[in-house]
Design a protein around this ligand. Sequence first.
Ligand code: AMP
Ligand code: MG
Length: 410
Amino acid sequence: MIKVATALRTVLKGIKILDSEVIKLIDALERVLAEDVYSNSDIPGFNNSAMDGYALKSSDTHGAARNKPKILEVIEDIKAGDIPKKRLKSNQAARIMTGAMIPEGADSVIIVEYTKRAKGKEQRAKRMEFVQIFKEVKSGENIRKAGEDIKKGELVITKGTLLKSSHIGILASLGKAKIKVSRKPKVAILATGDEVIDVDEKLKPGKLRSSNTYTLYTQVLNCGGIAKNLGIARDKPLQLEKKIKEGLDCDLILTSGGVSVGDYDLVKDVLAKMGTNIIFWKVAMRPGKPLVFGHIRRIPLFGLPGNPVSSMVSFEIFVRPVIKKMLGQEADERKEVEAVSEEDIKKKKGLRYFLRANTRWHQGRYLTRTTGPQGSGILKSMALANSLIILPEKEEFIKKGEKVTIRFLD
Ligand code: AMP
Ligand code: MG
């Protein structure tokens, strides 16, 4: 039986990054950037005021205090979007708003709270405007320098980045109305089993609804793929073959069920008959031991186990990395940390375990405990979990209080 790590390495070796497409920036959320983006300008593009106040020369404020104001002549009002008309000379100031361009000659801005517009008789007589300054300011104070966020020519966002709102904001600042992203992998999903019916069918004795169709479908979406639901195939070779063929226009095919050793577990045989190059069909893990991987006409295919938890966990461990690699996504590692087990755990030697768990931060460390019964059919164990406890093959017993590795889920 192949080990999880070896199996994953083998799978990923044959997976290639898909081609790219150009889309509108507004549609780019959660897409993967397929080009390095360099800045074509400084952001901000010009020195501007961080506050409402007065632009001035800091040297003119030396010694200013509440009881000893400096008086400066106000030569201009500058709103955001204006271009200053005058150059500031000594003992002059310009009223300025947040985001407005700093006039030439000014090296700082004093916030309005430390000023008072002076409108005495004397000032009116002179038909000039003045402002009292009650505080010293330092050179550069309250000025947002051109390029302080992003410099022209800088590599701003690298190829392979999963785009979040902040990235999209930066791309908008740079005027990138369209961008190049990786094409979304198209993933076919086929449920199998004589007992399996769809969600809207009437439940009859001996039947069950295909939860796997829905978990797999949404897991694909969650990784950034497009899902194509092929429905449910009965445990009949011809029907299986026909349905699998419907997935041959996809980048990846997933089947669920029919891969263990029962009389009606036909998926592996059908795949072999269809010319699939089967690379492995059993992985040393729990849940999810029966797991087929191969290529059918160059398309990678997973025959996932039918049990709902096994199907989800196998997806998490094997399929997710494949989709992420096809997207060219970098730094996609799920966060793995050490946590203290809050219970004794017995396991079988030789298998890698993925237990559904709840992990929480408590007094400087993570504590973790399983989410109840861990049967591979108990989907609730997955719904209640925020993480998987990963127990290496060689372990047999974990004592309460020992450290384990956990991987956070979404
Ligand atoms: P199999 O590997 O086909 O023997 O299936 C293993 C277990 O998973 C059986 O109990 C099946 O009823 C169950 N199962 C198979 N397919 C699905 C499905 N699509 N949704 C939910 N349970 C399933
Ligand atoms: Mg079956």
